[in-house]
Design a protein around this ligand. Structure first.
Ligand code: KG4
Ligand code: ZN
Length: 339
């Protein structure tokens, strides 16, 4: 089989990223310039600052991805770029760069959905994984339970009705004074705490077994903190973190395993920033073992926003004949499975 080299570009939020991936699975380079330190000053991502930083970094990051892969634009078969969902000003930087290169060098262009990228990180991690499988996508902006019927063919079984899982991690971390980004900090602090110390709620819905809700849980944590303060009781941060995390993980794992059983499939994958969570990885692994399901999860570097996952997703779209033209635009609320 001849080699298809895809240059991936990702700028949907606060990472400026470019990567070269061969045949959708072999990473030749994966450059990520993170803005986290900058946004930490403000306790969250400031869209205007994110866009400006992307403009500063994008050319450097693309050059670094090519040189680390020992390639030039002449070796690239297609450019895959995230065009949604995300921050519109941030997305536009990647989309404009990709269109400029495509036009100047006559290279094919493929617009990629950010979540499709997160899901496709699993193809890089596990060279044998093939659809169909069930994927739990949990990131800062999204919590989706997805049936991946085939490459690029998705059926959304459930989604969050309010906050995304990562957003809940970030908000609770702020409330207990851990700062931004909250997910990794709660993950670390929770290791010292008792997950059964505080019985936080686990939300479910009568009309859809697979939908999520995390805003009630977030409010329950805030109420608990207020009550402790009013009663003059000591707040044990590690117990709050561990009990909150246990509530999130219970729901994520419970819904996912239920969906796999109902679907008749036997493969489970994780994706998105929250997929780095050590408690989620461990609990899902154990639940899969108990039920005889195969379990897939990308390494943490592929869970966070990166461009290798965008190149992997772009490869499968490219092989199906999908091409974008120079009218490609940033779509901040792009739905999975739409073009
Ligand atoms: O996928 P991602 O990098 O960006 C988006 O597309 O949103 O996800 C970022 C989210 C943040 O909310 C962050 O707090 C969360 O993923 N996160 C974690 C962990 N690492 C990152 N949440 C829980 N545990 C972690 N270890
Ligand atoms: Zn993401």
């Amino acid at each position: 089989m001849s080699e298809i080299n895809i240059l991936g570009i990702e700028t949907s939020c606060d990472e400026t990223a470019a990567a070269v991936v061969v045949n959708g699975r072999e990473v030749r380079s994966n450059i990520i310039s993170s803005q986290i330190a900058l946004h930490t000053l403000y306790g969250g991502v400031v869209p205007e600052i994110a866009s400006r930083k992307h403009v500063e970094k994008i050319n450097q990051v693309i050059s670094a991805a090519l040189s680390e892969a020992s390639m030039t634009f002449d070796d690239i078969d297609a450019i895959a770029v995230t065009y949604g969902p995300g921050l519109v000003g941030a997305l536009l930087v990647g989309v404009s760069a990709a269109k400029a290169i495509s036009f100047a060098r006559g290279i094919d262009l493929v617009g990629v959905h950010h979540i499709e990228g997160h899901i496709s990180a699993n193809y890089i991690e596990d060279k044998e994984l093939e659809p169909p499988f069930i994927c739990l996508v949990a990131s800062g902006g999204h919590s989706h339970l997805v049936k991946v019927a085939d490459y690029g063919v998705y059926e959304i079984l459930g989604r969050t009705r309010d906050d995304a899982a990562g957003e809940a991690f970030d908000k609770v971390a702020r409330a207990i004074g851990l700062g931004y980004p909250g997910g990794p900090k709660i993950d670390a602090v929770a290791k010292e705490g008792n997950p059964e110390a505080i019985p936080f709620p686990r939300a479910s819905f009568k009309d859809n077994d697979y939908d999520f809700s995390f805003s009630g849980l977030k409010s329950a944590v805030l109420n608990y903190l207020n009550q402790c303060e009013m009663k003059g009781e000591e707040i044990v941060r590690a117990d709050v973190a561990a009990s909150f995390q246990a509530a999130v993980v219970d729901v994520l794992v419970g819904h996912t395993i239920h969906a796999v059983k109902e679907s008749g499939l036997n493969k489970v994958a994780l994706a998105g920033g929250v997929a780095s969570n050590s408690c989620l990885r461990e609990t899902m692994k154990n639940a899969c073992e108990e039920n005889g399901f195969s379990f897939y999860r990308p390494s943490p570097i592929l869970c966070t926003d990166n461009a290798a996952m965008i190149a992997a997703a772009g490869y499968y779209e490219y092989m199906k004949g999908v091409r974008s033209d120079l009218t490609l635009n940033a779509i901040p609320n792009l739905k999975l499975g739409e073009r």
